[in-house]
Write a protein that binds this ligand. Structure first.
Ligand code: GCW
Length: 715
């Protein structure tokens, strides 16, 4: 039956749509009956019932999750029980009477409140599966893990799992404004209905909390880093407190973005100088007021002296002065400050890629203990590909947090299928050599390299009010991958994709394999059709939609494209070696040396660090111009391949999912060709060389692309 007819019948019969078509609302937590009969039978034999020990709001969540999960997946009522018998699942804390005396191996002892274990064992001569933790939240994580094992059709015969989070603060950052516009959000409005809060609690707040808890996210920054001071007024704090109450049983703390000039804007002070006693007192009072409403408030994120935001430098003070003032106010309550290192100033004539390092490196050691410096993955701004940020490894005295972007500001919004697991993995695995070989970014941000108490990761959320949360179904995989990597930065992008596909689309190998291949290749495809060979920041002005390498002559040159690609008749690329901006000197050896020569610089970064002639010989034997064309064309072609792959899944996956992704892939094909044509034609005006033989010529002239205008593109 065709999809439209099915939808129509469903509407008439008022059957829940989820029963026949999948609209994506349930994310990766579907709990539909296990389709594989063999597995289903194994599970039914091994799970006769379950027992949840203890009482607390989190325990209630656990009970609901096990009830829905087990009954849904096993397609029959699985009874909850107060006693256990053979083949039972027992979820309880390690100090519960029933569990405290069982002899579990040593590795299960002394685990923290977020750690958990899942083990198949014998209890009173009965075979049981125990899920346990020292804390309620660890237990909840363990339960989600156990359900994931079923969802992904893994055996539960002999479980022996111990997990603990690699990173302490695993946060989403919502760039959501109070009037509900999500900056760089492409999935509808902000999910926070500020107007109706605190009295109206939308059901999707719970879904949001569940989804995050299922991947170990333990904090959320509710409002945009371009912060509105109003968030700190009683009216809004009460609303934030209502959300905190909902999230608490799921182990999710609420954090807020604080506007540095709040003491002036909502406090009636004349200044917000961090060294002024009245300003310091104002923040102390404010923090006290917040903790009275939200006793487990996490702390503040601050964007200061960047892109027009106020900050300590307005008073001639340093970033450390600003961060420390807030840290002192938060300290008695256990709160933290996440101070962003995303600072650059067009009035400073230094390469933008260098500015954060120049600013922050000298401050290493000057921050209070409860300050983390939050650093974007690369030195410019969430481009399709950037080398890792040189600050990683350069501030050993300071806990550095990773900031990844989940929302696809520079990667095709929510229209393009781009799995970001591979991007995150590439950055986390990068070796900074700060303490010699093996000093990976992952080890810096998880705190292990420098032995830090605090560690953190922030992901700029891609959620919105769209029915499927993220606009593109595959946007969910980026939220998922982010959470999984925050939990364990050593995980592989491929294994995460595998899990996600199984839980979201299908457990059938003939679906998993092609979809995984598509996902794993998708980011490289996008790099190729947007910004190959280290190009960056050549997208549409302001909204960042589509290609616009021609952007120039704006009021600040570091927001133009020509600033970054530097194309001319002599060649293309940003010279960041000694003969240029010398940004390379911010990296440790041997990276700096390796990247300094075009011969040894990895080609994916070559135009990030080098200005090369159009005739420069690449490793492929092609000239730089030919290689550039080749990459743009391969990129665009690869999207057509994705479309083909997807087409072959028709009939094997849910029809609504199939149709939704199909439509978006068709747009992606169009837009990839648009990127290719616009960029190749534009760069050709400098190279003055023909598009290589065998590559189809763009069907429109450059002027056509330059004249395209998108006044209401989301931004
Ligand atoms: O990437 C730029 C975005 C801005 C964003 C800024 C930041 C929240 O274009 O929209 O502002 O980065 O990270 O602060």
């Amino acid at each position: 039956m065709n999809l439209k007819i099915k939808l129509f019948i469903a509407l008439i019969l008022t059957i829940p749509l989820s029963a026949i078509c999948d609209d994506g609302y349930r994310l990766w937590l579907k709990y539909d009956p296990i389709s594989d009969n063999l597995m289903l039978n194994e599970y039914r034999k091994s799970i006769k019932g379950y027992m949840v020990l203890g009482e607390s709001p989190t325990i209630d969540v656990i009970k609901a999750e096990l009830q829905n999960g087990l009954s849904g997946l096993l397609d029959r009522q699985i009874p909850a029980s107060n006693t256990f018998s053979d083949h039972f699942i027992i979820a309880g804390k390690t100090d519960h009477d029933l569990l405290k005396n069982i002899s579990l191996s040593k590795k299960y002892k002394n685990i923290s409140s977020e750690d958990y274990f899942i083990v198949t064992t014998e209890l009173e001569n009965k075979k049981v599966t125990i899920i346990s933790s020292n804390g309620d939240i660890g237990l909840l994580y363990g339960v989600f893990h156990f359900l994931k094992i079923l969802q992904t059709h893994q055996s539960i015969e002999n479980l022996d799992i111990v997990e603990s989070p690699g990173v302490k603060l695993r946060l989403l950052n919502h760039w959501d404004n109070l009037q509900r516009r999500a900056e760089r959000g492409y999935a509808g409005c902000s999910i926070w209905d500020w107007h109706k809060l605190p009295d109206y609690i939308h059901p999707y707040y719970y879904q949001y909390a569940r989804a995050n808890a299922s991947i170990g996210i333990n904090g959320t920054v509710l409002n945009n880093v371009n912060a509105d001071a109003l968030i700190l007024t009683p009216l809004y704090l009460e609303k934030a407190a209502a959300l905190a109450d909902i999230f608490r049983p799921y182990g999710i703390k609420v954090y807020l973005s604080a506007r540095f000039s709040s003491p002036i804007e909502i406090g009636g002070l004349k200044i917000s100088d961090p060294l002024d006693a009245s300003v310091q007192q104002w923040w102390k009072n404010k923090v006290e007021e917040i903790y009275a409403l939200i006793p487990d408030f996490g702390g503040f994120v601050v964007k200061a002296n960047s892109e027009g935001q106020p900050g300590p430098q307005n008073y001639g003070r340093s970033h450390a002065d600003g961060a420390n003032m807030l840290a002192d106010a938060l300290k008695p309550f256990g709160g933290v400050v996440m101070w962003r290192a995303f600072v650059y100033d067009h009035n400073i004539k230094e390469d933008r890629a260098k500015q954060a390092y120049t600013e922050f490196k000298p401050l290493d050691g000057e921050f209070r203990e409860n300050v983390l410096v939050q650093v974007k993955n690369g030195p410019i701004d969430f481009q399709p590909r950037e080398p890792f940020h040189p600050l990683f490894g350069a501030m050993p005295e300071t806990p550095l947090m990773m900031e990844f972007q989940i929302t696809q500001e520079y990667l095709g919004f929510s229209t393009h299928l781009v799995y970001l697991g591979t991007l995150y993995e590439e950055v986390l695995d990068a070796d900074t050599y700060s303490r010699g070989k093996g000093s990976t970014v992952a080890k810096i941000i998880d705190g292990s390299l420098e032995n830090k108490e605090f560690s953190g990761m922030a992901g700029v959320a891609n959620t919105g009010t769209d029915r499927n949360w993220t606009g593109h179904l595959f946007g969910q995989s980026n939220w998922y991958a982010y959470g999984r990597l925050a939990w364990n930065p050593e995980l592989s992008a491929a294994s995460i994709a595998d899990e996600w596909i199984r839980m979201t689309i299908s457990n059938q190998p003939d679906v998993i394999n092609p979809v995984k291949k598509m996902m794993m290749q998708s980011r490289e495809n996008t790099v190729n059709y947007m910004t190959p060979l280290g190009l960056h920041h050549i997208m549409g002005w302001d909204h960042h939609y589509g290609p616009a390498p021609w952007i120039k002559d704006k009021f600040r040159d570091d927001w133009t494209s020509v600033y970054y690609h530097k194309a001319g008749q002599d060649g293309i690329g940003f010279d960041r070696t000694k003969s240029g901006s010398d940004a390379l000197s911010q990296y440790f050896e041997p990276i700096a040396r390796k990247f300094a020569s075009p011969e040894t610089c990895p080609e994916e970064y070559i135009l990030w660090f080098h200005h090369l002639s159009w005739d420069y010989k690449m490793k492929s034997g092609r000239t730089l111009w030919e290689e550039l064309c080749h990459r743009y064309y391969t990129g665009a072609e690869s999207v057509k391949d994705m479309l083909k792959t997807w087409h072959e899944l028709q009939g094997k996956i849910d029809p609504e999912i199939f149709d939704h992704v199909m439509q978006l892939l068709k747009i992606q094909v169009k837009e990839a060709v648009w990127w290719r044509n616009a960029c190749v034609l534009y760069f050709q005006t400098f190279s003055q060389k023909p598009i290589p033989e065998g590559l189809e010529k763009p069907d429109k002239p450059l002027e056509y692309y330059m004249n395209l205008d998108f006044p209401y593109a989301p931004k």
